[in-house]
Design a protein around this ligand. Structure first.
Ligand code: SAM
Ligand code: SF4
Length: 471
């Protein structure tokens, strides 16, 4: 780990204070078991944690105390999210890229890959495939270079996804993970009715950031760091932040994620809608990705997910198919609330299994959506394809106001059940349908009266042929 302390200037752009992070980390592991238990006790009131408390939890190695962290994360997850898991699929539209991120297969210097930017018709074909699998939410992903250098390509891509319909199916929320935009471009994106704008800082450690982003616009750390401010100023109030774990010390990155969150809360009154926790996976043409300098072990990974859940209880945590199915399943109890399923990371990879465009990195979970749904239903979770909040304008601060007293469950649980029921009726295999119906029945029995009553009403509506029922 490079322990360089960067000098911080006191400007508004200065979202990350490295000196503060180091001084908190350097306090070391001077916490008694009782102090750790006290932190966990106070965290149960769902108020989140400050940086000192997060740092204290990160020092825990003792198995009994670690289990207390996991137990607290599980309790918090259950209080806010119940057994719901939001499901989405990534939609890679292009692997053209001018940047040189040493860990990524799409980096400009990788001359051995086939570069593809899907046409709008191909994007519709990919969307149709996802719709016919049963998806309702997609995350549109692209490298940082667009055909003819026109950012409008992305705007048209969003339109293409939304306008694709088939039978009872449609995509109801398009989230976007693309390179940082300027204010005017963010405003255009907002007009396209996107859901969340997602962007990972990759590493918040400036010196490491410079080492691994050697060329192209992405080399500008500050432009990336301030992207969420511009997105929110443009009216996109659901933003998703993240770190690519493996680039730098994970403890530094967790505290930096917290600083970024606090910056958004202080400036806009609402923190990020989601936090993503990708770990570096092997990527074609990237020797760096095969042996990342700060690879995070499975046990540290689970610990950091649980700590994030406790620290920012109302922010969704996203787990992608980079991880294998066993580890993914373990993290559901620790705080993960959204997962991708049935993913491909090569443009065109859904509609053409033999598409020869390069995948961005290798996947750990190769199961199709139906298998994932069957598994999570048999584990007692229920998948949600819900897009209700965003379509009813419950975004940003409005969403958080409702989420904080726990009222959101009166909406989320019935909406999850309604969309799960749609999935079972329209797309599931017989085996998944039977596991799913049992899970729904069990879920309704354990819900509070209001959501249980709403859920039962929605189930009847879906059975009688209505679709897209939500509150
Ligand atoms: N090109 C845009 C950018 O870099 O922000 C957006 C899309 S990029 C394809 C999405 C994310 O993929 C990156 O932010 C990075 O965290 C992740 N990624 C890149 N290479 C990876 C690898 N080898 N393993 C896991 N994730 C990787
Ligand atoms: Fe391009 Fe994004 Fe890959 Fe970097 S991470 S090379 S910007 S696609």
């Amino acid at each position: 780990m490079k322990g360089q302390v960067m000098k911080t200037e006191n400007t508004e752009q200065n979202i990350i204070d490295e000196n503060k992070i180091y001084s908190i980390l350097h306090k070391g592991s001077k916490y008694s078991s009782q102090e750790i238990l006290d932190i966990l006790k106070s965290a149960r009131d769902l108020k989140g944690l400050n940086m000192d408390s997060v740092s204290a939890l990160m020092t825990v190695e003792d198995e009994t105390l670690l289990n207390e962290i996991f137990k607290t994360a599980k309790e918090i997850k259950n209080k806010i999210y119940g057994q719901r898991l939001v499901i989405f699929a990534p939609l890679y539209v292009s692997n053209l890229c001018n940047n040189e991120c040493t860990y990524c297969a799409f980096r400009a210097g990788n001359k051995n890959i086939k570069r593809v930017a899907l046409t709008q018709e191909q994007i519709q074909d990919e969307t149709l495939h996802l719709i016919n699998e049963g998806h309702k939410r997609v995350l549109l992903v692209a490298g940082e270079s667009y055909p003819q250098n026109k950012f409008e390509y992305i705007l048209h891509a969003v339109d293409s996804v939304y306008k694709t319909k088939h039978a009872n199916g449609e995509i109801r929320r398009v989230n976007v993970n693309i390179a940082p935009l300027d204010l005017a471009q963010f405003k255009e994106l907002k007009k396209r009715d996107i859901g969340t704008y997602q962007l990972f800082q990759e590493t918040y450690h400036k010196a490491t950031y410079k080492d691994v982003h050697t060329k192209g616009k992405k080399a500008d750390y500050d432009y990336r760091l301030t992207a969420m401010d511009r997105a929110i100023e443009a009216g996109i109030d659901d933003v998703g932040i993240g770190v690519l774990f493996g680039l730098y010390d994970w403890k530094f990155e967790v505290l930096a994620l917290l600083q970024h969150t606090q910056h958004l809360e202080n400036k806009f009154g609402v923190g990020p809608h989601t936090i993503s926790v990708p770990r570096i996976e092997p990527a074609g043409g990237s020797s760096y990705s095969l042996n990342p300098e700060n690879a995070v072990s499975d046990s540290d990974f689970k610990k950091l997910i649980a700590i994030l859940r406790i620290a920012v209880p109302y922010t969704g945590i996203i787990m992608s198919t980079r991880e294998n199915s066993e580890l993914r399943s373990e993290t559901f109890a620790l705080g993960v609330s959204q997962i991708s399923a049935g993913s491909r990371t090569n443009p065109g990879g859904y509609s053409d299994e033999n598409a020869d465009a390069q995948a961005q990195f290798s996947l750990g979970d190769h199961r199709c959506l139906d298998e994932v749904i069957k598994d999570i239903a048999s584990m007692g979770y229920f998948p949600s394809f819900c897009t209700g909040c965003y379509r009813l304008g419950r975004t940003g601060a409005d969403f958080m106001d409702l989420a904080k007293p726990g009222d959101i469950r009166n909406h989320c649980d019935p909406n999850a059940i309604s969309t799960f029921m749609e999935y079972l009726m329209d797309y599931a295999s017989d085996e998944t349908k039977s596991a799913g119906l049992k899970a729904i029945e069990k879920a309704c029995k354990t819900m509070e009266p209001i959501p249980a009553q709403r859920s039962r009403k929605f189930i009847e509506k879906i059975k009688s042929g209505e679709r897209d029922v939500y509150c």
